[in-house]
Write a protein that binds this ligand. Structure first.
Ligand SMILES: NC(=O)c1ccc[n+]([C@@H]2O[C@H](COP(=O)([O-])OP(=O)(O)OC[C@H]3O[C@@H](n4cnc5c(N)ncnc54)[C@H](O)[C@@H]3O)[C@@H](O)[C@H]2O)c1
Ligand SMILES: O=C(O)C[C@H](O)C(=O)O
Length: 311
């Protein structure tokens, strides 16, 4: 199985690292616009093979899309990351043009590929990719919920002082500091509602920390995070390539689901060899429904800025 990762920067290289280390694909092509950069990242990663024991073939190319031909999955991480103090939404001006041209280029050589969109603002970039390519909705997947849910589980595990793998929890909605919706009501510690262990105030703090999880890391690192984002992309790619049918919150085109239309937003999906195989309807309470509607409004406002790129 072949995976192309466009953008060999922090997230792209980290994702290629996890995909190869875990043997998720036999071939990974890293493509970047910066001369020699992807080649260097691929060489560095390949020199891990004997010590970490993987067999994936990683190749780096400078803007040569012919080398990406017949990829099963293409991950788009190309574009700029935010700096401390910025929102993801501020990246739209530069990233929209990059994402659109990358999506068009990859499809010339991999017309059957499933595309995973990572570049920010992710929900809007997913919508742009869908509109620009005209691909069926199951083949365009926005990655955000997998990462936000892993951060939610991290903050819950810290509050509970228990391992995060014993915590089950999901974040839906937009992948933005104010549009994420951590589903605290449904979070559990080994099947027991977390509200049995944590106070309302503690749970509110966990949700608030989760929502600004990316901003917190950007403040600490000077650029946005990459290890957990890279691992989250690999988790999603694994579910596609190995047809695992995992339930993962992903940004997908909604056509009536959750009362929304013509928008890509994070909702629980079944992910398998066909990409988005099902959008799972879950019963939200009135507060959660209102938060989802508000989140959709904000993402829709952002999508309106795509007019000139899509014209
Ligand atoms: N969806 C998520 O959960 C999530 C998580 C982390 C980062 N991100 C986003 O992913 C993007 C990448 O972040 P990063 O930290 O890897 O940034 P980075 O700057 O480290 O890497 C981006 C790479 O894209 C390359 N690039 C730019 N234009 C290109 C083009 N036209 N074709 C090919 N390559 C091109 C750059 O040369 C660079 O190497 C950012 O927009 C960031 O906000 C999203
Ligand atoms: O925070 C960012 O800007 C990058 C990414 O969306 C993240 O959540 O880590």
């Amino acid at each position: 199985m072949k995976v192309t990762v466009v953008g060999a920067g922090n997230v792209g290289a980290s994702c290629a690292d996890v995909i190869s280390y875990r043997g998720i694909a036999s071939e990974v092509v890293l493509l970047d616009i910066k001369e020699g950069f992807a080649e260097g990242k691929a060489m560095d990663l390949m020199q891990c093979a004997t010590n970490t024991g993987f067999n994936t073939q990683i190749t780096g190319v400078t803007n040569d899309y012919s080398k990406t031909a017949n990829s099963n999955v293409v991950v788009i991480t190309s574009g700029i990351p935010r700096k401390p103090g910025m929102t993801r939404e501020e990246l739209i001006g530069i990233n929209a043009g990059i994402v659109k041209s990358v999506a068009e280029n990859v499809l010339k050589f991999s017309p059957e590929a499933i595309i995973v969109v990572v570049s920010n603002p992710m929900d809007t970039m997913t919508y742009l990719t869908l509109k620009a390519t005209g691909l069926p909705k199951n083949r365009i997947i926005g990655m955000g919920g997998a990462l936000d849910s892993s951060r939610f589980r991290y903050y819950l595990s810290k509050a509970l002082d228990k391992p995060s793998n014993d915590v089950s929890a999901m974040v839906i909605g937009g992948h933005g500091d104010t549009t994420m919706i951590p589903l605290t009501r449904l979070a559990s510690y080994n099947g027991i509602p977390v509200s049995e262990f944590l106070s309302k105030e503690e749970l509110e703090k966990v949700a608030a920390d989760t929502m600004v999880g990316g901003a917190t890391l950007t403040g600490l690192l000077g650029t946005s995070a990459w290890y957990a984002p890279g691992a989250s992309v690999a988790y999603l790619v694994d579910s596609i390539l190995n047809d695992q049918k995992k339930m993962i919150a992903c940004s997908v085109l909604l056509e009536g689901e959750y009362g929304q239309n013509d928008i890509c937003l994070g909702v629980p999906c079944i992910i398998g060899k066909n990409g988005i195989e099902q959008i799972l309807p879950i019963n939200l309470d009135e507060n959660e429904k209102a938060l989802l509607a508000k989140s959709a409004d904000a993402v829709r406002n952002m999508n309106a800025d795509l007019k000139s790129v899509l014209a």
